[in-house]
Design a protein. Structure first.
Length: 318
């Protein structure tokens, strides 16, 4: 296993893996701590109810985008001002957002109000979902988004609310390096303390359609600093509005594990960043009966729907 932060393509001969052909899969597949079992629709878990009481201001949000509910200082966040100025169709449509909107919760000093951050003409939010997380653990929400530049490509960006002269404004807190050229996209996975230093990190997959580089970032304002990369990963189907083809599994006594498909979406990686600074491949199950269509987090793993309309539950065992 490489120790320089680069995880090579995984060879099935490096692991004691039970490999079952697609036509032969009938009950379960188990490999080095990762179990994949046939499951009922949605793995028997009830669908999450749609958000209620969405603010009227969000009615004009970017089509096919989500409204996010905050748990701290932000009540709601959404993307607005649709524009065609960056004609990339990674998410199925070349219309993207030019503005970020936040509705704050009322406080003793501030009334509930909407604040707006508008991007310059050479950039868009090439995203459909604001991700709210208290990255610096200061009791306030940060917003993680994909921002794309006409010439530089995409970047993972963190925004937060700052009060200036008793007026709240949205401010860029930290940014990852750009992907390097037009239409080179990336897709965040989520946030967790991946390296065990007590601080929250961010995980994204750079170019999930053509390169598939899982990257971990330290939150070090004004930067998101990459410190670990693993190849042969993808958390998105080109042209699909669903951006969540991965799950983060957090279990007591271990660092978080990322379960993410390979580039072909037909096998699953279970990756953990371990001391003294290297990726540990907990499992690589191959092949799945069909490519991954959706992944939904469930306790200890994920619920997977494949393109052949079958459902499977993947569970991490150690």
């Amino acid at each position: 296993m490489a120790t320089n932060g680069m995880h090579p393509l995984v060879s099935p001969f490096k692991f004691t893996v039970l490999i079952v052909c697609a036509a032969c899969v009938s009950s379960w597949v188990y490999a080095m701590g990762l179990m994949v079992e046939p499951a009922a629709v949605q793995c028997g878990v009830k669908r999450v109810a749609p958000l209620q009481d969405i603010p009227v201001q969000a009615a004009s949000r970017l089509p096919d985008s989500q409204v996010a509910r905050g748990s701290k200082d932000i009540a709601w966040a959404w993307l607005g001002t649709p524009t065609m100025r960056y004609p990339h169709k990674a998410l199925g449509n070349s219309s993207h957002a030019a503005s970020l909107h936040v509705l704050l919760k009322p406080t003793a000093n501030l009334a509930a109000q909407e604040i707006i951050f508008e991007l310059p003409l050479n950039r868009v939010f090439e995203d459909r979902v604001p991700r709210l997380v208290d990255i610096d653990k200061d009791g306030r929400d940060e917003i993680v988004l994909i921002e794309s530049d006409t010439f530089k490509g995409s970047s993972t960006v963190v925004y937060g609310v700052l009060v200036e002269n008793k007026k709240p404004v949205l401010q860029e807190r930290a940014r990852s390096p750009f992907t390097g050229s037009t239409f080179r996209w990336l897709n965040p996975i989520g946030a967790a303390d991946f390296d065990g230093d007590g601080k929250t990190d961010i995980a994204s997959v750079i170019t999930p359609h053509i390169g598939g580089m899982l990257t971990l970032y330290h939150y070090a304002p004004p930067q998101l600093k990459p410190f670990a990369q693993a190849m042969d990963t993808s958390n998105h189907r080109m042209g699909d509005v669903d951006q969540s083809l991965s799950v983060i599994v957090e279990q007591a006594g271990t660092r978080p594990t990322i379960i993410v498909p390979n580039m072909q979406l037909k096998a699953l990686h279970a990756l953990r960043w371990e001391a003294p600074g290297q990726w540990k491949e907990l499992s690589d199950v191959m092949p799945l009966p069909a490519p991954v269509q959706t992944i939904t987090p469930v306790t200890g793993g994920g619920c997977i729907q494949l393109t052949n309309a079958t459902w499977w539950r993947v569970t991490l065992h150690e």
